[in-house]
Design a protein around this ligand. Structure first.
Ligand SMILES: [Zn+2]
Length: 170
């Protein structure tokens, strides 16, 4: 394999790519390959100006996601929700849905448990936007996307917009 290939930025899968609907498997091996993949996820997220990215969004069905917000980076491997409180309604987007934004209701605060790339178990508490990002990325690991939270009417309008966009490009 050439260095050029290894340094290539991971391609983001766009809705309706079927990989976005599949459930990811738990990570069991914590090795150099995993550490490299986590770095590659951060790199792809930075290139696309995202605040979070989950492995299925690059076609890898493993329970791995990264989030970066207000200068803090989070690696979420095999994440689980321990507790959640309150609600927040705010606009959300997704790198797999370029140009699409919609208001999504989420818990205001979450406590999650996740491993990092070394396999160490961490408990993380987050509120507001960070909580939203954690939950959005964790949904990806279960084959769920943010438009699933919208009314049929709104969801269909978005699907229509997306199919028009795809028709115009290649
Ligand atoms: Zn997303």
């Amino acid at each position: 394999m050439s260095n050029d290939l290894e340094n290539e930025v991971l391609e983001i899968k766009k809705y309706p790519d079927p990989v976005l609907r599949k459930k990811s498997e738990a990570v069991e091996v914590f090795d150099e390959e995993l550490e490299k993949f986590v770095k590659d996820l951060f790199a792809a997220m930075h290139v696309h100006d995202g605040v979070g990215l989950a492995a299925p969004q690059v076609g890898v069905l493993k329970k791995i996601a990264v989030v970066e917000y207000e200068g803090k980076s989070y690696v979420l491997i095999n994440p689980k929700i321990i507790e959640q409180k309150g609600t927040q309604l705010s606009e959300e987007g997704c790198l797999s849905f370029p140009g699409i934004y919609a208001n999504v209701l989420r818990p205001e605060w979450v406590k999650i448990e996740a491993q990092n790339e070394k396999g160490e178990l961490q408990t993380l508490e987050a509120e507001g936007f960070t909580a939203r990002a954690f939950l959005h990325e964790m949904d990806h690991l279960n084959g769920k996307v943010f438009i699933d939270y919208l009314s049929n009417l709104k969801r269909n309008a978005i699907k229509k917009k997306i199919s028009k966009n795809t028709g115009g490009h290649f």
